[in-house]
Design a protein around this ligand. Structure first.
Ligand code: SAM
Ligand code: SF4
Length: 319
């Protein structure tokens, strides 16, 4: 079992399969002059499978594929299939901007993917284009419906709330749960990468969000699939749930159960710390073992984050 120096049990690995993305979300696409990683730097599927297998052997149970946009990675369903067959991995999930779900949803389901998170920050078409730089609002909405039709369960919707941008839509977005069996998760805007937009003033705290939701109707506490940092609620008679995630106003580092692998093969113990362990010499030059790297990560995992801007943008770390 993987237990870190503070007794935190680590069973969740988030793997970024690419730093590339077809969207340019204003809160994520920072570092305008950030160069895409060269292809040879990006982990190959066999390498990801090796890492995941060792993680499972050491007691890891849950894996999430992310990016960048993970569905941009060619033949991603092959990787999903491989990972879904690893003994000990009981939960395999993926975070996506939803753009390619119309084409890939079915093959991902067949490959063994069980659940999916889709990002959606606005219900306004023009705002969507301003936020992402892409005219794809309807396509993403369709992606959400397709995910539900295909039986992914749960389907979660990630919404980053930014004051002055989409805080006026909190209630409307949450009301999706009245009609659809989705879990809408409101996430506080985090200072990742050199983000000129980030400012404490732009952060809408979970406390504020909760108040808006409670004013509409009483929130009933609920359980969430897989535990995790979200506090989960439900409105009476709603089909779906609402999750509130507070990395900025109320950190949850004491119960952090995760490690990350960046697209270029670095084991990253904390989202907010650029202290990483390079796995490529292990994978490509036989220098050391993946087990040793995981144990080192447990030793250096920070006690808590201090909300420093990270050097890398979110899409290079893997959100
Ligand atoms: N491209 C996929 C997507 O958008 O879902 C997966 C990668 S994206 C980096 C993963 C998640 O990180 C998304 O839900 C996104 O909203 C979130 N994210 C990115 N930058 C963020 C920030 N500065 N604060 C909070 N969440 C952020
Ligand atoms: Fe791309 Fe996801 Fe970042 Fe948006 S949040 S730019 S979709 S990686």
């Amino acid at each position: 079992m993987l237990v870190d120096h503070l007794g935190r049990k680590i069973e969740y690995l988030r793997i970024s399969v690419t730093d590339r993305c077809n969207f340019k979300c204003i809160y994520c696409f920072t570092h305008q002059n950030w160069k895409w990683l060269p292809h040879k730097e990006i982990l190959r599927f066999e390498e990801i499978e090796k890492i995941a297998t060792v993680f499972a052997k050491l007691g890891g149970k849950r894996i999430r594929l992310t990016g960048g946009e993970p569905l941009l990675r060619r033949n991603i369903e092959f990787l999903v299939q491989k990972l879904s067959q690893i003994a000990g991995i009981t939960d395999l999930s993926l975070t996506t901007n939803g753009f390619f779900l119309e084409n890939l949803g079915e093959s991902l389901k067949k490959a063994g993917l069980k659940r999916i998170n889709i990002s959606l920050d606005t219900l306004n078409k023009e705002k969507f284009e301003k936020l992402t730089g892409v005219s794809a609002f309807e396509k993403v909405l369709k992606g959400i419906d397709i995910a539900l039709e295909l039986g992914f369960n749960p389907v979660k919707i990630n919404t980053v709330v930014i004051r002055g941008f989409n805080d006026d839509e909190i209630l409307e977005i949450a009301k999706l749960t009245l009609e659809k069996p989705v879990e809408v998760r409101f996430i506080e805007f985090m200072p990742i990468g050199k983000n000129n937009l980030w400012d404490e003033k732009h952060v809408v705290t979970v406390k504020e969000i909760k108040k808006i939701l409670e004013n509409f109707s009483k929130l009933i506490p609920e359980s969430s699939f897989g535990g995790g940092p979200a506090k989960v609620f439900k409105w009476k008679d709603a089909k779906g749930k609402i999750g509130l995630i507070s990395p900025v106003s109320e950190h949850f580092c004491h119960k952090c159960n995760r490690l990350r692998i960046t697209a270029d093969g670095r084991l990253r113990p904390c989202l907010f710390s650029d202290n990483e362990i390079n796995l490529k010499p292990i994978l490509r030059e036989n220098r050391g073992t993946l087990e040793e790297a995981f144990f080192l990560a447990l030793k250096i995992k920070p006690v808590k984050h201090n909300l420093n801007f990270t050097l890398k943008p979110m899409r290079a770390i893997g959100g």
